[in-house]
Design a protein around this ligand. Structure first.
Ligand code: FBP
Length: 674
């Protein structure tokens, strides 16, 4: 049983954030905006939340009842009836915190916000390397002296992060031990959709433990919306409850600066194209924000491709069309933006990935079984064992087939199979997979036609949450290769393409421009360089306030909620969003699992509509923009993400056309050390 006064030891880790550059020193002093709700007599304090009348519509009622009976679905708001001095006098609480998933700028400001909310009489304990830290159970003290090193820095380099899913009875039991060891009253999980799924599952589990009398006091769990992907956005009945996740804007601005520079380069040299993939996993919010910021010649939005059921061939036809139209006008350079997750949105690729995912999930089970049976050793495998015992389960044929797909060769001796790990060539791996007869005919054909680098990336192990590692798939190379082939065919046989209607020249000059065109193209990937830059002022302020909200939620004993700030251009207010309302069933690792639904780009959203209305004009290249470096001083520092400004009605595209920019207003600018 967990007692109230457990003695505990917490490591005080030396901080490795040195802040020696002039910019870092400047940012250490930069005050952040704090919402009025958190200001009491000029001091930053936690707020008390009350349960609003409003219940959010749930996505899957029966799933909720089955899996999350303890979780609530009402919104939490700062209400007048709950006196804030009560929460401000709370003392002796111990709150754990982890970062989870990929890094995003603003994470350290979340820590500062939580610290500020907890005040001097409660304790914040960080666990390193994400959920693994909670499982391992070695906490470190995060105290206010660290704030001057952490505030307004990018990255998670103080606490670290990880992608482990808390998904087995052993892992849950280990977290319970950590909760008991540190006598935790709350845990804050700073993460994306998968990490917030971890949060609600842990919230439910810890509620059960308390109800069963195993935990003597409640330990609540609260999430903070983090991810550069921007796919945590919540809008219910036209009301924005979560405008964006923190970290999105910084990453998008870092990439926009580079795309803006490439646009200027393309216009300067006039002879090369740049086709860049940009991070964002599934959703294309980042690609859309970059497009609105820089107006490149060509941008793909995955959600549109899926909605219009465009095939790989259709996508290549569209892209080639933009390049060829420019070439006809003698414009031989340009910039294309490709969203990271595109491959999963092209219907035939999606089908292939689903089939490969199923195969991969089964292979993992078989691999575990083979290990358990001693046929495969833990570390690198060289085992000479009789496989007879597995015969009854899978049949020898099946084992051998799967061993091949897993990358193992075998030899049959008198009594034993000798199994050995092999580096098979991609060609051989492809043959094994196809011979396993697990793919449909259409997928088989597509799979065999894909180049080796794409196949290799598709066969990589899935992450702990069952996600394909889309950042490793060089989709930009695949598309460019296909465009090159198409343009070469067109140039070799223009009459044929003219007859089929795919090529049209208004005059001889256009024809000559096209025939003389050499499609020089460089590809690139903008990804990791955007995740840990110093936060924009928007992210710095927003994440600090999310930290204050999360700290207030745990102090108030709320569980299964995600911190959010609404009304970003009007002073801003903190709210708590019930995670239960965001859960739906989704296929992961070959089975349907409860997960938080990702917010994808909506084709009827004002941000997408603004892009769609203008992209043909932007293809021309005369309207491209270069947003330049992130600003910290002056009016440009107050800029906010265009997708948020457009989607929440803060700003219109017409104002953007006029050269105005959207600004946010969270509250009052404060030196948080005071
Ligand atoms: P989170 O959603 O966990 O914040 O991660 C976002 C992301 O940066 C994606 O855009 C990208 O696909 C992925 O992480 C890359 O992950 P990894 O760091 O494991 O390579």
């Amino acid at each position: 049983m967990q007692g109230d006064a457990v003695e505990f030891q917490v490591k005080d880790k030396e901080i490795n954030i040195k802040r020696t550059s002039p910019t870092e020193r400047f940012l250490a002093e930069l005050p952040v905006q704090v919402a009025k709700a958190f200001l009491f007599d000029g001091k930053i304090r936690p707020v008390a939340f009350t349960v609003s009348e409003e219940s959010l519509p749930v996505k899957d009622e029966s799933l909720l009842q089955r899996q999350f009976p303890y979780m609530k679905t009402q919104l939490l708001v700062v209400g007048a009836e709950e006196p804030s001095d009560k929460i401000q006098n709370i003392a002796g609480k111990r709150i754990g915190v982890i970062f989870s998933g990929g890094p995003a700028s603003g994470g350290n400001n979340v820590l500062c916000g939580i610290l500020k909310a907890l005040g001097r009489h409660n304790t914040l304990i960080g666990f390193e390397k994400g959920p693994d830290g909670l499982i391992k159970g070695e906490g470190l003290l995060i105290h206010s002296k660290k704030m001057k090193y952490l505030i307004n820095t990018g990255g998670f380099d103080y606490l670290g992060t990880g992608r482990t899913k808390i998904d087995s009875p052993e892992k849950f039991a280990a977290v319970l031990t950590t909760v008991q060891k540190y006598s935790l009253d709350g845990i804050i999980i700073v993460g994306g959709d998968d990490s917030n799924t971890n949060a609600i599952e842990l919230a439910e589990f810890l509620s059960e433990q308390q109800n069963a009398g195993i935990l003597a006091k409640p330990c609540t769990v609260v999430g903070v919306p983090k991810t550069i992907d921007g796919d945590l956005q919540i809008n219910v009945g036209g009301k924005t409850l979560l405008p964006i996740s923190f970290g999105f804007y910084t990453a998008a601005r870092v990439y926009s600066k580079t795309i803006g520079n490439l646009l200027t380069d393309a216009a300067s040299q006039g002879k090369s194209w740049f086709c860049y993939k940009v991070m964002g996993r599934s959703a294309s919010h980042i690609a859309l924000e970059i497009a609105l910021q820089t107006r490149p010649h060509l941008t793909l939005i995955s959600e549109e491709i899926a909605e219009k059921k465009q095939s790989l061939n259709d996508v290549v036809t569209y892209m080639t069309g933009v390049v060829v139209n420019r070439a006809k006008q003698g414009k031989y350079s340009g910039v294309g933006v490709i969203p990271e997750g595109i491959i999963e949105f092209i219907p035939e690729m999606k089908m292939l990935i689903l089939e490969l995912n199923k195969l991969s999930a089964r292979l993992m089970t078989i691999k575990e079984d083979l290990k358990e049976a001693g046929i495969l050793a833990e570390n690198g495998f060289l085992a000479e064992q009789n496989v007879k015992e597995l015969e009854s389960q899978y049949g020898v044929e099946s084992i051998l087939k799967h061993l091949h797909i897993l990358g193992f060769d075998y030899k049959l001796s008198e009594t034993d199979y000798v199994v050995r790990e092999m580096e098979f060539s991609t060609r051989v791996k492809k043959d094994f997979i196809v011979s396993a007869q697990e793919l449909s005919d259409a997928s088989k054909e597509l799979f065999m036609s894909l180049p080796d680098d794409i196949v290799e990336a598709m066969l990589l192990d899935r992450d702990d949450h069952g996600n394909l590692k889309v950042s490793q798939i060089p989709s930009e190379n695949l598309l460019v290769r296909m465009m090159k082939e198409r343009i070469r065919d067109m140039q070799q046989n223009p009459d044929h393409f003219e007859k089929s209607g795919e090529l049209h020249f208004f005059n001889e000059a256009e024809r000559m421009n096209f025939l003389n065109f050499v499609f020089n193209v460089q590809t690139g990937f903008l990804g990791y360089e955007g995740r840990c830059g110093a936060p924009t002022r928007f992210d710095a302020d927003y994440s600090m306030n999310l930290g204050l909200t999360a700290g207030s939620l745990v102090l108030g004993g709320q569980t299964g909620y995600m911190a959010s700030m609404i009304n970003l251009s009007g002073g801003s207010q903190p709210i708590g969003i019930p995670l239960a309302a965001l859960i739906h069933g989704e296929e992961r690792k070959g089975a349907v699992k409860p997960v938080i639904e990702k917010a994808l780009v909506k084709l009827d959203s004002p941000a997408f509509q603004a892009f769609a209305r203008n992209r043909d004009t932007w293809a021309d290249g005369n309207s491209s923009r270069s947003p330049g470096a992130i600003q910290y001083k002056g009016e440009l520092a107050a800029m906010m993400p265009l997708v948020v400004a457009l989607n929440t009605g803060i700003f219109t595209m017409e104002e953007h056309e006029e050269g105005k920019y959207p600004v946010y207003d969270i509250g009052e600018r404060r030196d948080i050390f005071a």
